[in-house]
Ligand binder design. Structure first.
Ligand SMILES: *Cc1c(COP(=O)(O)O)cnc(C)c1O
Length: 353
């Protein structure tokens, strides 16, 4: 037995590590990144701008300028509080730290894996309510489960990852009303979706909204935000490690996120490409494509595992799911720019001949 084996909490030893596949020289269509990087014509100015960062100093602990930039980009009302995280993953973890050990986190299955993972880290219980065959919430059984299990925290990805749909708006409102849990609406894909719960924060004291810039072109900066009432954010802010947003992230985001027009028009390009991919893929007999409000498509595919391998041989990375799970015969494909999507379409058509 190694030292760490006898030293470590058994439940941590038993966790399967979060696996990120190597993407060297691959067309990345597995992780919902945006295909759009820093525009060529802005690169010199961007470099100049970040070169003035005082890397010998700690960053602004409250990241005030960055807060203002994000508020303006996402139209966050003045009277809401904003808490910044090193990616929204960090904020999911921070919320779990606010719970007492043994309390319960509830979410839905299938959904974002991080909710269950952080509940394990923090020695909390986790319950995933199964979605129905259309990946919608079953309200009746959810309300019963809330009544009997009394969750402390409920995560709802809106739109949901990996299914791509947004759950029914009124169903979610019923859930928020029915519980004294803190309900977290995770809007990682807000830029690609028609609706948001942001404005509902003023109507429900137990509602917070989680956002990130990862899916709109800035995954490498690692920056997420939690929006809630001033009182809620002020208390949760005590759990944030000081200086969690590094200076290069603060400065880069301040420069890059001011270009709201470009961010919005890039999102429009992806939404159009999503429609085109949906239409083209739906013509292939062996596939069932699910409607999506996000920058990816969930697809039920004949020979899903072989398709994945075949695309990998063509240097295209998409996401598959573990065998003996509900999504074993599915793949998830991030929507890229036109030329990437065309390469993907070619390869998939060839695979199904
Ligand atoms: C991608 C994703 C996140 C993680 O975002 P980061 O800000 O990159 O940590 C959170 N929630 C959902 C639902 C996601 O799909």
């Amino acid at each position: 037995m190694t030292f760490i084996d006898q030293w470590l909490r058994t439940d941590i030893r038993n966790i399967n590590a979060y696996h990120v596949p190597s993407a060297k020289n691959m067309l990345k269509m597995d992780a919902m990144e945006s295909p759009f990087g820093v525009p060529e014509e802005l690169k010199d100015e961007f470099l100049e701008y970040i070169s003035y960062s005082e890397v010998n100093r700690y960053p602004d602990a409250n990241a005030n300028e960055l807060q203002a930039t994000l508020r303006s980009l996402m139209d966050i009302p003045k009277d809401f509080g904003v808490l910044l995280g090193n990616g929204s993953d960090e904020l999911i973890q921070l919320l779990s730290l606010a719970c007492s050990s043994g309390e319960l986190i509830m979410s839905f299955e299938p959904s974002f894996v991080m909710y269950e993972l952080v509940s394990k880290f923090a020695q909390l219980n986790y319950h995933g309510m199964p979605l129905d065959e259309n990946f919608e919430i079953d309200l009746k059984s959810t309300l019963l489960a809330i009544q009997s299990k009394k969750p402390k925290l409920i995560f709802i990805a809106y739109p949901n990852n990996p299914t791509g749909n947004s759950f029914d708006y009124d169903v979610i409102k019923e859930i928020i009303r029915s519980t004294d849990a803190l309900v977290v609406l995770d809007e990682a894909y807000y830029a690609y979706s028609e609706k948001s719960f942001l404005a509902e924060i003023k109507n429900f004291s137990n509602l917070v909204v989680l956002r990130t810039i990862s899916k709109i072109g800035f995954a490498g900066l690692r920056l997420g935000l939690l929006v809630g009432s001033q009182e809620t954010i002020e208390q949760l802010n005590k759990l944030r490690l000081p200086y969690n947003i590094n200076i290069l992230t603060q400065v880069s985001a301040n420069f890059l996120l001011k270009d709201r027009q470009r961010i919005v028009s890039n999102a429009k390009i992806i939404i159009n490409e999503r429609r085109r991919l949906y239409d083209e893929l739906s013509l292939i007999q062996s596939l069932t494509v699910y409607p999506s409000q996000a920058n990816f498509l969930l697809i039920k595919a004949e020979n899903a595992k072989l398709l994945l391998e075949s695309l990998k041989d063509s240097r295209i990375l998409i996401k598959g799911f573990a065998i003996s799970t509900q999504l074993e015969n599915f793949v998830r494909i991030s929507v890229g720019e036109a030329k990437e999507n065309n390469v993907l379409l070619e390869c998939i058509k060839e695979f199904y001949g």
